[in-house]
Design a binder for this molecule. Structure first.
Ligand code: 4NP
Length: 163
């Protein structure tokens, strides 16, 4: 957040409902891809939830497990989306349409000019689809979510580099 005025950096916020499953995965995977590409100095990356139930918690153990199986660390702690986020971040990326609606309502209220998109707008294998909420499912749901989030994060990074 301290680098809001650093115009060389593109800031990206990933948003889901609880900020313990999908958006921490997206944050961790995007950080991983940015590191691999040698672009750490070019991005500020964070995640948040539209709900407040899990504020302060570590990611869900099933999300951390699937990430670690792919060599990805998930260091985030859950926090709730704020109006300041809509003013600060260049890109606010929603996991599903309910998240998208919540973000857009907040953006309208604040006059935000953030770019607001679904993550899977950048998934060539399911453009415009949602990342399903894996919270009430089993481990296979998390592997499925991992794959689509990874593809989409790579697509988003490619898009931002081409921009
Ligand atoms: P997330 O998953 O939005 O991907 O973090 C959820 C986590 C918790 C709840 C819902 C979704 N919940 O209802 O507690």
């Amino acid at each position: 957040m301290d680098n809001a005025s650093d115009s060389r950096r593109t800031s990206v916020l990933f948003v889901c409902l609880g900020n313990i499953c999908r958006s921490p995965l997206a944050e961790g995977i995007f950080v991983h891809l940015v590191r691999e590409a040698g672009l750490v100095d070019r991005f500020e990356i964070d995640s948040a939830g539209t709900g407040s139930w899990h504020v302060g918690e570590q990611p869900d153990a099933r999300a951390s497990l699937v990430a670690s199986q792919h060599g990805v660390d998930l260091p985030s702690r859950a926090r709730q989306l704020t109006e300041q986020d809509l003013e600060h971040f260049d890109y606010v990326i929603a996991m599903d349409r309910e998240n998208l609606r919540s973000i857009e309502r907040m953006a309208d209220a604040t006059g935000s000019d953030a770019h607001i998109h679904l993550l899977r707008d950048y998934d060539a294998e399911g453009r415009g689809d949602e990342v399903p909420d894996p919270y009430y499912g089993g481990a296979s749901g998390f592997e499925n979510v991992y794959d689509m989030v990874h593809r989409s994060c790579q697509g988003l990074l490619d898009h931002l580099q081409a921009a």
